[in-house]
Design a protein around this ligand. Structure first.
Ligand SMILES: [Fe+2]
Length: 260
């Protein structure tokens, strides 16, 4: 029996978290789609950026099975303990140095063991270890311990995301891009059987710019003045993609964007 995996793009601040939780909206979507594992990018789920233990708990309570991260995961020191203690909470696997937490985990999705990995891109981002080498090493190390692998690739450049997905085409079941907060219209299955979308998009307020209040961004860009970024509120939506995978072969058989 095929397994469906729901992946949700960057949840921005309390409007994004609240939107998923309100009225059991995310759990309702999980039920409706038949997803057996729900992976949510939560690197900016806390107000003021980053992620806090409260924000992570709120995402798990809303229905996330795994919460992935990105370049802002380690912004708030209060999350370090949770990263060490809670296997469901991931930070990027290719951060340099000795950092708290894990960059991947293996999760039981109704008898199918799913390796979920989180990696950062290198283009227009702070320096990190090669995501290509890091993921290759993880897949090699865990060979035989999982049925399928899905990846949240948190990166800025569309070219890097496309290259990463094609490099691992046929080696992992899903590569879902995150970070840009803008959903792309290219959700598809690559020739080798990997489901791919360049960016899942954002879960949060559409009233501002990428989840930030419009006036704060304009002030910074027009006048080059320091501007404290406040979160936008209103017109919320959730954005992601649903991937259906044959666990026997690891091939993704369908991939579709989802907005709710
Ligand atoms: Fe990011």
């Amino acid at each position: 029996m095929n397994v469906k995996i729901l992946m949700i793009g960057d949840v921005v601040r309390s409007p994004g978290v609240g939107y998923l939780a309100k009225g059991g909206r995310l759990r309702e979507t999980v039920k409706k789609t038949g997803a057996r594992l729900t992976v949510v990018n939560g690197e900016n789920a806390a107000d003021g950026n980053g992620i806090t233990p409260d924000a992570a708990d709120a995402l798990f309570f809303a229905g996330a099975d795994v919460v992935t991260g990105g370049n802002h995961t380690l912004l708030r020191a209060e999350i370090f303990g949770a990263l060490d203690d809670d296997r469901r909470l991931l930070r990027p696997a290719n951060l340099p140095g000795d950092t708290p937490g894990m960059g991947y985990g293996i999760f039981d999705a109704g008898g199918v063991f799913v390796l979920v990995a989180n990696l950062l891109g290198q283009i227009f981002m702070d320096p990190v270890n090669s995501p290509f080498d890091t993921l290759s090493r993880i897949l090699e190390r865990e060979r035989g311990n999982f049925d399928i692998a899905v990846v949240d690739f948190h990166a800025e450049a569309t070219s890097e995301k496309g290259a990463f997905a094609r490099y691992f085409d046929g080696k992992v079941s899903v590569v879902a891009g995150t970070h840009t907060h803008v959903a792309t219209a290219d959700c598809a299955v690559l020739p080798g059987g990997t489901g791919f979308i360049t960016d899942l998009g954002m879960t949060g307020s559409r009233a501002g710019i990428l989840g930030v209040r419009t006036d704060c961004v304009i002030k910074k860009l027009v006048n080059r003045l320091p501007s404290r970024f406040e979160g936008a509120v209103g017109n919320e939506a959730a954005s992601g993609a649903l991937f259906e995978i044959d666990p026997a072969s690891g091939r993704c058989v369908s991939a579709q964007s989802i907005i709710f």
